[in-house]
Design a protein around this ligand. Structure first.
Ligand SMILES: Nc1ncnc2c1ncn2[C@@H]1O[C@H](COP(=O)(O)OP(=O)(O)OP(=O)(O)O)[C@@H](O)[C@H]1O
Length: 329
């Protein structure tokens, strides 16, 4: 479990004082996959670096597994940090060392015996499909393979938490999917708590149970990913979600009632809209739409203009069928 209370971090530079974190409260439950999103400069990296005190807050508290990290002496903090692994956008591997030695490094620093190190590294290379690369150097591996090495190294001391700072941002879409599937599996197999910092909304949709949206050093919205993404409450979230949306054209103005419909789970695959149309005599034109998956459920979003009959009757029927309806105009 991770808990931040009133965490504040200021940076002083010739340009003045920058408030990177402004009284952040955050709770991440054990075993959760938690995403943190926001624009460049919102404070995401600073936030994730406070979780292991790589960045020491100026004010506030940081608890990890019921330990107050700010109150620990240096030796106790080093021990606590072993329970918190971290992976990075550019992998941060040692280029002069072999893959095997890169993975072994945290165990060597922790003073483990040679026998224990050998057996743990073998186990990690096996789990992450790296056996054939053991004697290679990082430069000989693809981006996806390097991130696997990063993950193996981060898992070496059996952490309960893995912090992922833009871990897929340097990877192509196919490799991103492969690494996300791996993180998803590690969460399920090991009960590992994951905190993912990302600017890619699709990453959050794909793997995160919960999400926090940051703006100017504050968390402006947080909750279950499906709730936050399907019913955003702040402009910051709406504009992040709107980026990369493919709207071929601004819809031509239409008369009548326009509504946004949200289908979740099994509803996504049922012909609810056409059934309601047929039974109520209310037609609809589809103005915009999207279907996809969150980690735990499918979803569909449609913007429709109702035509003919009584739109209120159709809306009441859709709601009775479990479709969420928001009337736009
Ligand atoms: N070491 C530092 N010295 C001075 N200012 C800093 C430092 N680290 C971060 N900042 C400032 O704090 C703010 C938050 O930065 P941070 O890197 O946490 O944002 P971010 O959301 O991770 O952005 P990005 O996605 O671009 O990495 C920014 O205004 C940044 O310029």
């Amino acid at each position: 479990m991770i808990r931040l209370e009133g965490v504040t971090r200021r940076f002083r530079s010739p340009a003045g004082v920058r408030l990177a974190l402004d009284g952040v409260d955050l709770t991440v439950a054990a075993g959760e996959v938690f995403g943190v999103v926001g624009r460049s400069g919102a404070g995401k990296s600073t936030l994730v670096r406070t979780l292991n005190l790589l960045e020491r807050p100026d004010a506030g508290r940081v608890w990890v597994d019921d330990q107050d990290l700010m109150g620990l002496n240096p030796a106790a903090l080093r021990a606590a940090r072993r329970r918190i692994g971290m992976i990075f956008q550019h992998f941060n591997l040692l280029h002069s060392r072999t893959i095997r030695d890169n993975i072994a490094l945290p165990l060597v620093l922790d003073g483990r015996s040679r026998v224990e190190i050998a057996s743990r590294v073998d186990e990690l290379m096996e789990r992450l499909g790296l056996i054939e690369h053991a004697r290679k150097h990082p430069a000989q591996l693809s981006g996806g393979q390097k991130q696997r090495v990063g993950i193996a190294r981060a898992l070496a001391c059996e952490p309960s938490i893995l912090l992922c700072d833009e871990a897929t941002s340097a990877l192509d879409p196919e490799t991103t999917e492969e690494i996300l599937a791996l993180l998803d599996q590690l969460n399920l197999d090991l009960g590992l708590t994951l905190v993912l910092i990302t600017h890619e909304m699709e990453v959050v949709r794909r793997v995160c149970d919960k999400v926090a949206v940051m703006e100017a050093g504050k968390i402006v919205e947080t909750g279950a990913t499906a709730d936050v993404f399907l019913k955003p409450q702040t402009q910051a979230t709406r504009s992040l979600l709107a980026e990369g949306e493919s709207r071929t054209a601004t819809p031509r103005p239409v008369g009548g009632t326009v509504a946004r419909l949200v289908f979740r789970g099994e509803r996504t695959f049922e012909p609810v809209l056409s059934r309601v149309s047929r039974e109520t005599g209310v037609d609809h034109a589809i103005l915009a739409g999207r279907i996809g998956r969150f980690r735990d459920q499918a979803y569909g979003q449609l913007e429709v203009a109702f035509a003919g009959g009584d739109p209120q009757v159709a809306i009441a029927r859709l709601r009775a069928e479990g479709v969420e309806v928001e009337v736009v105009s």
